[in-house]
Design a protein around this ligand. Structure first.
Ligand SMILES: Nc1ncnc2c1ncn2[C@@H]1O[C@H](COP(=O)(O)OP(=O)(O)O)[C@@H](O)[C@H]1O
Ligand SMILES: [Mg+2]
Length: 149
């Protein structure tokens, strides 16, 4: 079920997202994993478009979570970059996330996590991990999808 794909441009991401969301139901946790600039937010935006969400997905500057309800199923997009740069411990990290009520969001829809892989087991033992790596020279992206149970 796990797979590895190569992406050379943004259109290919949209094509992948369209196919990927076909099998998505509520209670899906998706972790986007990769360094700064890998294309995590771009990927989140493509998944949102594929779910029929009208609003544009952006990286929140101050808020760490944004809920989108205009699509086929509700989507909560969490970008924890601000937290991990400020939090000193796992507990502090979890405290910051608590306000977002991830459990309810997961029950009702899809939650996309960016910069949360360090506490992935605590947040969602059952999850889909999408690992994105970008080749510095060719700019080609390698995307690996892993289903964790
Ligand atoms: N598949 C892709 N092909 C071409 N450019 C991409 C692709 N994915 C992302 N980018 C570009 O890379 C930059 C960083 O993407 P972003 O999604 O913000 O990264 P991250 O959220 O991982 O830090 C953006 O300018 C985006 O347009
Ligand atoms: Mg981002």
């Amino acid at each position: 079920m796990n797979k590895k794909l190569l992406f050379e441009n943004l259109e290919e991401i949209d094509d992948f997202a369209a196919e990927f969301v076909q099998n998505i139901t509520t209670s899906t946790a998706i972790f986007l994993i990769g360094e700064m600039g890998a294309g995590k937010t771009t990927f989140a935006a493509a998944l949102a478009r594929a779910l029929g969400i009208k609003e544009r997905v952006v990286s929140p500057t101050f808020i760490i979570g944004h809920e989108y309800t205009s699509g086929r199923i509700p989507l909560l997009h969490i970008d924890a970059y601000k937290i991990i740069t400020m939090s000193t411990s796992t507990e502090a990290f979890l405290d910051e996330l608590e306000a977002l009520d991830i459990e309810t969001a997961l029950k009702q829809g899809v939650v996309i996590f960016e910069w949360c892989e360090e506490i992935a087991d605590l947040l969602a033992p059952k999850r889909v991990e999408i690992h994105i790596e970008v080749n510095k020279i060719s700019r080609i992206r390698t995307v690996e999808v892993r289903y964790c149970a």
